[in-house]
Design a protein around this ligand. Sequence first.
Ligand code: PEP
Length: 254
Amino acid sequence: MSKRFLIAGNWKMNKNAQETRAFFNQLKNLLTPTIQSELLICPPFTSLETAAHYNQTTQIALGAQNVHPELKGAFTGEISPAFLKGLVSYVIIGHSERRTLFGETSAFINQKLHALLSAELKPILCVGESLQERKQNKAFSVIETELEEGLKGISADQASSLTIAYEPIWAIGTGETATPEIAEAIHAFIRKWLTNRFPQQANSIRLLYGGSLKSSNAQHLLSQPNIDGGLIGGASLEPNSFIEIARIADQIRK
Ligand code: PEP
């Protein structure tokens, strides 16, 4: 049986509480007929409570865009996994914007991963190469290193809570999308890496594609055998375009 797609929206630093309310009120009316794919929205921290009010009526899962590895203490401005527990089910870690703009290392991301697993929250680990790395034929080795370092020390049991998002940095927010062939080649590589490491779990771990995914390119990307959903930035900000991608996914895995 094929896996359910995960269609995830990463809002980044967009939508205050009022805008979040408007989004979900509009989205509610777009959910019939029922969507089969799993839907996930990752709003800013300050909009999570507002989004949580819609959980019951919309069945949309919530995620956070970041977390700190410690449970509490002198970490000004940070958010603990304990605060997220009960509010979200997924947490994005290792997004390229966190790596490049905020200097997050794979070692730090690995600490976050362990903290999330201990709190029974589901990590979405992002990996992806820059344009320069792709041009230098380093895409596969960059991904391999990010997987090695990011997933260091996790058990096979813990691996079943993972989601991995392949997000080529050159495709994020640029309007440029990886071709389905490029995306599938990396996804197949990630699946093989996971199979070597976690033979029992590898096939059930969802691999998402992210990078200017939208309704006009979703069909080809989501039809690839190793792509199990999308991590969507820009196109998740508007209820119609987000739901359209989910409906395309539903058509592929009926
Ligand atoms: C992202 O932020 O994870 C992303 C893929 O953004 P966009 O869809 O806008 O490229």
